[in-house]
Write a protein that binds this ligand. Structure first.
Ligand SMILES: Nc1c(NC[C@H](O)[C@H](O)[C@H](O)CO)[nH]c(=O)[nH]c1=O
Ligand SMILES: CC(=O)[C@@H](O)COP(=O)(O)O
Length: 494
């Protein structure tokens, strides 16, 4: 069996599902200034965390330091619109404060807006990873800077803290899908640390900010998103889904869904089938979302919702050779709709529908008899009693019939009906087709033939039928049949 690879015609009918998630105040999304503890994703529901987290949360509630950020002004270009979190260890604060200042100074140079920087203090470098991960997963930041200073003491404690900080930051990046930049100094002594926090070896905090602000970090995140739109369903797919759920829950932006809700076949014959697909796009967001394109083929574009229905811009034709009555042709429709959702960004909504189109067998046709109502050389009016037999395993509704009729070898004219008749599956039905002609035009042969009681006939034409799969025009033909000729008042039941 062959399959129609793509739909000949797409009609897309998106509908709306609005206000499922009431919009939250925007501060929940982009907090700035002194932040209320409930505006973060940290919550008391995180009871599964070790007691260290309780310490961290206490720190968080009491110690969001944003005053320093408030002093950051200016507007360069590159970092505008990027959002960063900075997790800073309070341990060795004399050093970490300088590192933080260096980081913020650098953001300032890169035009990151103060309201787009969130500073979170944690007790020590050991706690940085867990908080960085939660900030990364919040979906609110392009990158998370991790700042700390581990300075060797007398015991091996240094190694434990330094290694844990490094692996914690690494895990945070991997688990959240958001770059977590390692800005934790690991020094032999305080001198080394001060040299690296604005002293003669520079400021590692500033370098960390630079790394976070580097275009390739942000770009890399975008590229990964694009890859995800290929529908690979990889790691980033999951991350994005996760973020999507979080954001949906938190601020009301959610992933739209698309489904092929109905398939119509408005026209089918032995040469061509038109398939129309109704696509239902549900937009759970409180704002319209732009539908960018579908499958790179620009089938549709517009806002969902806007006026309600978005029409497909083009048709596609697939050729399927050797269509024969009685066949069942499988089809598969595959379209990727791409939408732009606030906060979540570009999402691909893959759409696939499979089905089967049966090609009906044309009805058998027979002129059972021809009854003459008016009988003269000038004008003869006859009723053709046409029996149609449905050879299919489904009902047919006959809506229209047009045909040309030959008696013997003489074409007596065209006839049509616009009555409806239902043919049960494998059943038959009778249609009365009126026809008017002038025997005079056909010479005496036809006239003689009409006067006898039976004759050969040919009928050719088309019937418009309704099937469970849509309306179709089917050919009818009967060549050289035999029929009885009757006067109107003759006994019908004979
Ligand atoms: N010694 C250093 C620490 N130690 C503290 C730990 O980071 C952690 O807060 C504590 O063990 C509770 O879990 N932290 C640093 O940042 N730098 C150090 O030199
Ligand atoms: C970096 C540290 O772990 C340090 O503060 C611990 O010092 P000590 O090894 O002397 O206990």
């Amino acid at each position: 069996m062959k399959s129609l690879a793509s739909p000949p015609c797409l009609r897309l009918t998106p509908t709306t599902r609005r206000h499922l998630h009431p919009r939250q105040p925007s501060s929940a999304c982009y907090p700035h200034g002194r932040i209320k503890s409930n505006s973060l994703s940290f919550s008391s529901s995180a009871s599964g965390f070790a007691s260290t987290l309780a310490v961290v949360e206490k720190e968080l509630r009491s110690s969001f330091v944003t005053d320093a950020v408030r002093h950051v002004t200016g507007s360069l270009m590159r970092g505008e619109g990027l959002r960063f979190a900075i997790v800073v260890a309070r341990f060795n604060e004399v050093v970490t404060k300088l590192l933080l200042e260096g980081a913020i100074e650098t953001f300032k140079k890169y035009s990151v807006r103060e309201e787009d920087i969130q500073v979170v203090w944690v007790p020590g470098s050991f706690e940085i990873g867990v908080v960085a991960q939660r900030l990364g997963k919040s979906g609110n930041f392009n990158a998370v800077l991790c700042i700390g200073a581990v300075i060797r003491g007398d015991t091996t404690h240094y190694d434990a803290v330094a290694n844990s900080a490094a692996s914690g930051v690494l895990s945070a990046g991997i688990n959240s899908g958001v770059p977590c930049i390692f800005g934790v100094l690991t020094c032999e002594d305080m001198d080394q640390a001060l040299n690296r926090s604005g002293g003669k070896a520079g400021n590692k905090g500033a370098e960390t900010a630079l790394t976070a602000n580097k275009v390739e970090i942000v770009d890399r995140a975008h590229k990964e998103e694009e890859k995800e739109e290929d529908g690979n369903g990889g790691f980033l797919d999951k991350v994005k889904d996760f973020i999507g759920e979080k954001i949906e829950g938190a601020i009301g932006f959610g992933k739209p869904t698309a489904d092929a809700s109905a398939i119509h076949i408005p026209k089918i014959n032995l040469e061509r089938a038109d398939i129309v697909v109704d696509v239902l796009v549900k937009n759970p967001n409180p704002v319209p979302i732009p539908l960018i394109e579908s499958d790179g083929r620009k089938l549709v574009s517009g806002l969902i919702p806007d006026a309600g229905t978005i029409k497909a811009h083009r048709e596609e034709t697939s050729t399927y050779n050797d269509i024969n009555p009685g066949m069942i042709i499988p089809y598969r429709i595959k379209v990727d709709l791409i939408v732009d959702v606030p906060v979540l960004g570009r999402l691909t909504l893959p759409l696939e529908k499979r089905g089967e189109i049966p090609i009906p067998k044309k009805p058998d046709v027979d002129i059972e008899k021809i009854k003459f109502q008016k009988f003269s050389l000038e004008e003869t009016v006859a009723i053709l009693h046409v029996r149609l037999e449905n050879l299919n395993d489904f009902d047919l509704g006959v809506n229209d019939l047009d045909c040309e009729v030959w008696l013997s070898d003489v074409s007596i004219g065209k006839a049509e009906i616009s009555d409806s008749v239902k043919l049960d599956k494998n059943g038959s039905g009778l249609i009365n087709v009126p026809i008017t002609f002038r025997p005079k035009d056909f010479g005496s042969a036809l006239w003689d033939m009409i006067r006898v009681q039976g004759t050969g006939y040919t009928i050719k034409g088309n019937v418009d039928v309704d099937t469970p799969f849509g309306g179709m025009k089917l050919p009818i033909i009967k060549e050289g049949g035999e029929t009885r000729l009757k006067k109107e008042d003759d006994d019908d039941e004979e």
